[in-house]
Design a protein around this ligand. Structure first.
Ligand code: AMP
Ligand code: ZN
Length: 112
């Protein structure tokens, strides 16, 4: 039995505020937003973290970035957003299903 909360969100077993969905990916608002706009985009295929991405996933990962660019225009923050993927506990990953944070609506300044 799959206990992954993000797989359960994809399956509708755990409720979420959906932003977008297609055959490859699912986007939903983060429950603890860190910016005025903060949503997550995940592949529907379960991958534990970015370190598990292989060439077989290249199309899906590229597609996710294209979806983010599309949503940035639809939601009105095109050209001003940050995409973050934490991989591993020391990087701050708390959910073991690959996800891309999309943050917008504030001035983040430089990365450091
Ligand atoms: P990370 O720390 O990079 O693994 O990010 C996990 C993110 O998932 C956090 O920002 C959480 O607030 C978010 N999160 C965890 N569970 C849910 C949920 N059920 N619905 C929406 N966001 C969630
Ligand atoms: Zn999963």
């Amino acid at each position: 039995m799959n206990e992954c909360v993000f797989c359960k969100i994809v399956d509708g077993e755990v409720p979420s505020k959906r932003v977008y969905e297609d055959g490859l990916c699912f986007a939903f608002f983060d429950k603890s937003p860190l910016a005025p706009t903060h949503f997550l985009v995940i592949p529907k295929k379960h991958l534990a973290c970015a370190a598990d991405i292989t060439e077989a996933d290249a199309m899906t990962v590229g597609h996710i970035y294209a979806v983010i660019a599309m949503l940035s225009r639809v939601l009105g923050f095109a050209d001003n957003y940050r995409v973050v993927t934490n991989c591993g506990a020391k990087a701050g990953q708390t959910v073991q299903h690959l996800h891309f944070h999309v943050l917008a609506g504030k001035d983040f300044g430089s990365f450091n």
